[in-house]
Design a protein around this ligand. Structure first.
Ligand code: MD6
Ligand code: FE
Length: 209
C-alpha cells in the first residue's frame, strides 16, 4: 500500500447529504483554475441560455469536455457542440485533478459545466438528473464571490438546509444525496477579489453516459 492510499478525505461539513470541503483549493490553485477557465471561455464563449419560456437565465455558462449544456425552447439538454458549432474544449487538467481525488472510483467526467453568476444571478431549486448513471457523483467547485447554497431532499417541497459556499470550496453530491434538490438563492456580489470584475464561477463535473 502506498502511503497516500491511507489518507482519508473527510468533509468539513455535510449539508443535506452533500459533502462540503471548505477551502479545499488554495488561493494559488484557484488562480490557476481561473486562468484555465479563461482559456476554455476563449474557445467556447460564455452564453446566456434561454428557458423553455424564452427568458434568458440569470446564470451564464459554457462548458468543457465531450458534452456541454444547452437550453432553449425545447428545454435543457446535453449537447456535443457549443452553439458556435465547434466542439467543447478539453477539461483542464487542473480541474480533472479535483475529480480524481473526490471521485477516485468513478470513470472520467464527460462534462465540465462552467456557470457564471454576475450581480443578482441565482439558480432555482433543481435536481441533476439528466445523466445516465446516478451511481457517479457530481463534483462542484466554487470560485469567487460567496453564494448561499440551499439543499433539500429528493422530493420537491421538503425541508431544506443552507450553507454559504466560498471560493475554493468543493462540494460532492453523491450516494443517497445524488438526486437531492439544490440551488443558489443569492450571491454576495463583490465579497471575493478572485475575479477582477466580481461575480462567481461554479464548475460542476459529471459522468453523462
Ligand atoms: C452552483 N450548483 O453551485 C450550482 N449541482 O452554482 C449545482 O447546481 C450543483 O453544486 C450538482 C452538484 C453540485 C452542485
Ligand atoms: Fe445542480
Amino acid at each position: 500500500m502506498k502511503l497516500n492510499d491511507a489518507i482519508m478525505l473527510v468533509p468539513t461539513v455535510v449539508v443535506g447529504g452533500i459533502s462540503v470541503f471548505k477551502r479545499f483549493l488554495s488561493p494559488s490553485d484557484q488562480l490557476r483554475i481561473v486562468g484555465d477557465l479563461r482559456q476554455v471561455a476563449a474557445r467556447a464563449p460564455i452564453f446566456s441560455p434561454k428557458t423553455k419560456m424564452g427568458k434568458p437565465m440569470s446564470v451564464r455558462l459554457t462548458a468543457a469536455g465531450d458534452f456541454g449544456w444547452f437550453s432553449d425552447h425545447q428545454g435543457y439538454r446535453y449537447v456535443r457542440q457549443h452553439p458556435s458549432g465547434l466542439d467543447w474544449p478539453e477539461i483542464p487538467t487542473s480541474i480533472m485533478g479535483i475529480w480524481k481525488v473526490m471521485a477516485a472510483q468513478a470513470p472520467d467526467p464527460e462534462c465540465c459545466l462552467v456557470n457564471y453568476y454576475g450581480e443578482g444571478a441565482r439558480m432555482g431549486l433543481h435536481q441533476d438528473r439528466d445523466e445516465a448513471n446516478f451511481d457517479w457523483p457530481v463534483v462542484s467547485v466554487s470560485l469567487g464571490d460567496d453564494a448561499l447554497f440551499r439543499v433539500g431532499g429528493a422530493e420537491r417541497g421538503g425541508k431544506t438546509a443552507s450553507i454559504w459556499l466560498q471560493s475554493g470550496d468543493v462540494a460532492v453530491m453523491g450516494g443517497a444525496a445524488r438526486l437531492n434538490y439544490h440551488g443558489i438563492d443569492r450571491i454576495k456580489f463583490g465579497s471575493s477579489q478572485l475575479l477582477k470584475d466580481g461575480g462567481r464561477l461554479n464548475v460542476t463535473l459529471r459522468v453523462v453516459k
